[in-house]
Ligand binder design. Structure first.
Ligand code: ADP
Ligand code: MG
Length: 239
């Protein structure tokens, strides 16, 4: 639904790095339970928006999560409240086993204590029982990506933010990852924000799509309508 049950409100947020305006008076609302997409040309400010939501930089404006203002809170507090993310480049500790990596994620989580049963649930969700003792460095790209999402899920987030999860993947891997992301949303009940370049992925996966350019909104709404919008087509031609 629209406007019925907001979980995240970004309210007139601006971020400057010196002279550069990376995010420019940006506002948007994510509804509980939805998959919300963000796209835009390189350097548009997409990853910076994630860094602001997760508390890595100070900024102007306000961000509200689950009914409370989170602007100004430390990153670990925001993580504890239930916001988790993955990074553009898969970041795993190559010598750590699958099981350990999920356990480490769990220790950083909202629970505030270790929950072995939940770690087990995540390993099953990843279908990685048979390779639980393998070092993550031995996983292929798809495996590494799923593991990263699993470690993020092990914190028991209310929102999972994915930064270009399809990057470097072939058509089959993209199909697999799309199904996996849908399962995170439906089976685990986690609200998802996804930054992605592939429009086909965004139109198939998301309920709402926000396009940004030079840190500001170009268009936001139904993903099919948004991708047909002349302003969006123009900003992509300039990419
Ligand atoms: P996107 O993820 O959409 O490709 P980014 O959010 O990474 O874009 O970057 C937006 C703009 O902000 C770019 O011009 C980038 O160079 C700049 N930027 C991002 N992070 C920093 C930083 N820590 N210091 C200075 N400039 C930055
Ligand atoms: Mg980026």
């Amino acid at each position: 639904g629209h406007g019925a049950n907001p979980i995240l409100k970004v309210d007139h947020v601006t971020k400057k790095f010196g002279e550069l305006v990376a995010v420019n008076d940006l506002s948007f609302t994510v509804e509980k339970g939805q998959i919300f997409g963000i796209a835009g040309p390189n350097g548009a400010g997409k990853s910076t928006v994630y860094n602001l939501i997760t508390g890595f930089y100070p900024f102007d404006g306000r961000i509200e999560f689950d009914g409370r203002t989170i602007s100004g809170l430390q990153p670990h507090r925001i993580a504890q409240l239930g916001i988790s993310r993955t990074f553009q480049i898969p970041q795993t500790f190559p010598s750590l086993t699958v099981e350990k990596s999920i356990s480490v994620g769990n220790r950083f989580g909202a629970q505030g204590r270790f929950d072995p049963a939940y770690v087990e649930e995540i390993i099953r969700f990843l279908d990685m029982q048979a390779i639980r003792h393998q070092p993550t460095g031995q996983l292929n790209l798809l495996g590494k990506k799923k593991l990263m999402m699993g470690a993020a899920l092990a914190t028991r987030p209310k929102i999972l933010m994915l930064d270009e999860p399809m990057a470097g993947s072939n058509a089959n891997e993209i199909k697999d990852l799309m199904a996996f992301i849908r399962r995170i949303n439906t089976d685990m009940g986690v609200t998802i924000i996804i930054i992605e370049h592939f429009m086909k992925v965004l139109t198939e996966l998301t309920e709402t799509l926000l396009i940004i350019e030079t840190g500001g909104e170009i268009c936001c709404g139904d993903p099919v309508a948004v991708t047909c919008d002349p302003r969006v087509i123009e900003c992509y031609l300039g990419d």
